[in-house]
Design a protein around this ligand. Structure first.
Ligand SMILES: [Zn+2]
Length: 798
């Protein structure tokens, strides 16, 4: 190897640039391609008091508590150096094949803690570890290993993985050490760390250049962490193409090929083995511009977050991905391995850099950060003990690691997750735009500006940003997808009421002391699982609430009546943010079979279901116009209608359908609502029957067997509230909040129709005319609202 000169030059340059506050994210020889947003260095963000600083303080205490010699014991023995230290236990015991991985995590944790706090104790400790690792690496030949080899286990483990013999995951462990060395170099300015890392990288290339492509691909069936990621990062840092070539030798075709074709083939794959590979793919895109790598990462993220992710943002059951959409059917004590979310968050921010117009990236980031990462450290441990799995079965309870006898993988990623909370709160665009992504109390230093964010979020749905410094820039504030009704004030004056799920831009020439207040209303909602719509989690804003069950184990999902849910509920089960639930049994998921509020379509520019039940409608040949409140869906009388999910009122005996309508034309036999399976079994509401009446009808025997309620026909041009209810055998038709007709022999309810498949607004089961007019606030319930409740909907326009 002949790399001393380049090493020293790159090392010093990188350290100087990264450590200077407000500099671009990377001191790399090669800029990332395909990115349009950038991170701030950890040095530019200081955290103010919050649950995150509490978690960080505990883990920082642990990082300083750990004894270096104990963490280096097996490294020394592996090259014939003496060590009198007490051996570690758990996954670091001298007989565990994964030994050494925690030392890598410790290096990253120390480097991040130093960058986040400026406390040189972390750097000093990390420097001491790097120095010993350098000694161990220098003895590789003496110990009978190839040049550059550095590990706590013998190189024969690599022979075994190449020969497809039984061995745990040697490259996984080497990746942690390499990543730790890179972080000590980039974040703590340690030049020796880069020298050692370059030695390891040369050794990796030497080992893999000797193999055929087939041998390498077979070897990749064994978990190897993010080898492609760290080697690509090294390529970006140094510009040496050998590292990219080495990285690409870890591109696992069996996993990448289906992802490139946007196929979900993840079933029965070990989850945390795959996520780092994909993190490598997005970095390979940033290094090469090859869009296939980007597609692999984007497709993987979409597949995992939409079809394999629990309400807390985690994935995997027993560490494995399952068939798509299996969520309610995969609740156990071994759900949601914490490493997976650590890696998914790293992937998410890289994807945001790639495409900052996608707002679902940071919505997911927030979801997993609060409900999984923050939720998985034991607040009763002064050393930040960490969950491995987060149980999501009813009656589950969190269990944690310990000082020296655990060292599971998630204990290691916990050291990393809890020392970098400042890394995603703010981004910039390389010019004069600042992204405010997360609502975590902190101070950002950005060139001539500083921004101080004060908030008690998520205890309260608001944040306050105070700017120091003068001059123009654009502040792009994330308005989360859950934050309907958000408002931004600048210096006390209302500036805008931005929509949910977008970045709101505040562009101005700032003066010191300018204050931006953001209010983010946190609604109580429920998130249904993909595979069982009655299994739901309760959320306040983005925060998952769990039911507290003390010492009571549960054998089934607890039942939840949503009507009893209020943020101040004094019911028999207390709900609490899941991230605060420790030391007792809990349930994140509930059985909501009795939920009477089935769906609510405000049609405020989207067909979304605002009930929280996720029963999104589909609209055809229709747009939006001003509604009774907000917007309404506008149907054209020729082809426009909305379709609701199958079985929308299945099982309901009593029911309510309530809606606002403004007819452009009163067309006989057009439909406000028509749910059915065809012309044999259906229920409908027409604004005008051939008898000149507003009519509700329901039948299981065609038109000749209809049971009806009649009222006064609707007129055109005015917003009218219409509701129909059934309680027992009494059906009531309401117009503008008052009873307009009854039928006390209404023996049929929606349950008699079975699981209806043709559930339409504005369209008939028959060849009747389409509705010509607008519909707003369509609400469905599986119970009869009272006359008072119906009148309240009318009075409130809701
Ligand atoms: Zn883990």
């Amino acid at each position: 190897m002949n790399l001393t000169r380049r090493t020293l030059l790159v090392g010093s340059a990188a350290a100087a640039t990264v450590l200077s506050v407000g500099a671009k994210a990377s001191a790399a020889a090669r800029p990332d391609t395909g990115v349009s947003a950038y991170a701030f260095p950890l040095t530019a963000v200081r955290l103010l008091s919050s649950p995150f600083t509490a978690n960080a303080a505990r883990i920082q205490s642990y990082l300083l508590f750990l004894n270096n010699d104990r963490l280096l014991h097996t490294f020394r023995l592996n090259v014939g150096l003496s060590s009198s230290a007490t051996a570690c236990g758990g996954w670091e015991s001298p007989s565990t094949e994964l030994r050494g991985h925690s030392t890598g995590h410790l290096l990253t944790g120390l480097a991040q803690a130093y960058a986040s706090t400026g406390d040189t104790a972390y750097k000093t400790k990390g420097d001491q570890i790097v120095a010993v690792l350098a000694q161990c690496q220098a003895r590789a030949a003496t110990a009978g290993y190839n040049t550059g080899y550095l590990s706590a286990f013998p190189e024969s483990f690599i022979d075994r993985v190449e020969a497809r013999q039984s061995v745990w995951a040697p490259y996984y462990t080497l990746h942690k050490i390499m990543a730790g060395l890179l972080d000590m170099h980039l974040l703590a300015g340690n030049a020796q760390a880069l020298t050692v890392l370059l030695g390891m990288a040369s050794w990796v290339k030497f080992r893999n250049d000797r193999l055929t492509q087939t041998q390498r691909q077979n070897m990749l069936d064994t978990e190897f962490g993010g080898m492609n990621e760290v080697l690509t990062n090294l390529y970006q840092l140094t510009g040496d193409a050998a590292h990219l070539a080495a990285a690409q030798q870890f591109d696992h075709a069996e996993v990448f090929d289906p992802l490139a074709a946007n196929q979900d083939s993840l079933n029965n794959y070990h989850a945390n083995t795959q996520i780092p590979k994909v993190l490598g793919a997005i970095r390979e895109y940033h290094a090469t511009g090859t869009t296939r790598y980007r597609d692999i990462a984007v497709n993987f993220w979409d597949i995992v977050t939409r079809r394999h992710t629990y309400a807390i943002g985690g994935n995997s059951n027993g560490e494995y991905f399952k068939a798509p959409d299996r969520i309610a059917s995969e609740l156990s004590d071994t759900t949601a391995e914490c490493c997976n979310s650590y890696n998914m968050l790293k992937l998410t921010r890289q994807l945001f850099f790639t495409n900052p117009t996608r707002t679902d990236y940071l919505d997911y980031y927030e979801k997993a950060l609060y409900n999984h990462i923050l939720a998985s450290q034991d607040p009763n441990s002064s050393h930040g003990f960490q969950c491995y799995y987060v149980p999501l079965r009813a009656g589950g309870i969190k269990t944690y690691s310990n000082d020296y006898n655990s060292f599971v993988c998630c204990h290691g990623t916990g050291m990393e997750s809890n020392t970098k909370f400042g890394d995603t709160i703010y981004f910039h665009d390389g010019g004069s735009t600042l992204y405010v992504n997360l609502f975590i109390p902190s101070i950002l230093t950005w060139g001539a500006f500083s921004v101080r964010q004060e908030t008690s979020f998520p205890e309260a749905g608001s944040t306050k940003l105070t700017v120091t410094g003068a001059g123009p820039f654009t502040m792009r504030i994330r308005i989360p997808g859950w934050a309907s009704g958000a408002q931004i004030r600048v210096n006390g004056t209302v500036f805008s009421s931005p929509p949910a799920g977008a970045y709101a831009a505040v562009s101005r020439t700032w003066a010191s002391g300018d204050v931006v207040d953001v209010s983010l209303p946190m609604a109580l909602t429920r998130e249904a699982t993909n595979d069982n719509s009655t299994v739901q989690a309760v959320k306040l804003g983005p925060i998952v609430l769990a039911g507290l069950f003390g010492n009571s184990n549960l054998s089934a999902l607890p039942a939840l009546d949503p009507a009893t849910l209020t943020p101040t509920s004094d019911g028999s089960v207390a709900l609490q943010p899941f991230y605060k639930v420790h030391g007792q049994r809990y349930s994140v998921y509930w059985s909501v079979t009795g939920s009477p509020f089935v769906a609510h379509y405000p049609f405020d520019g989207s067909p979304a279901d605002a009930s929280g039940n996720g029963r999104t409608a589909s609209i055809f040949s229709a747009g939006y116009v001003a509604g009774r409140t907000g917007n309404a869906v506008n149907l054209d009388g020729t082809a426009g209608y909305a379709a609701l999910p199958s079985g929308i009122l299945a099982g309901a005996s009593n029911f309510t359908i309530a809606l606002w309508v403004r007819l452009d034309t009163v067309t006989t036999w057009s439909r406000l609502v028509d749910f059915g399976t065809g012309t044999g079994a259906y229920l409908f509401l027409t604004p005008r029957s051939s008898a000149g009446t507003l009519r509700f009808a329901i039948t299981t025997g065609g038109s000749g067997a209809e049971q009806r309620i009649e009222g006064p026909a609707l007129i055109a041009g005015a917003w009218t509230h219409v509701a129909v209810t059934r309680s027992g055998n009494t059906g009531t038709l309401y117009v503008n909040g008052a009873s307009a007709g009854t039928n006390t022999a209404l023996t049929l309810g929606p349950s008699a129709l079975g699981a209806t498949t043709r559930n339409w607004l504005g369209r008939s089961q028959y060849a009747d005319p389409y509705l010509d007019g607008a519909l707003d606030n369509v609400r469905l319930y599986s119970r009869a609202l009272s006359a008072t409740e119906v009148n309240s909907l009318y009075t409130n326009g809701s």
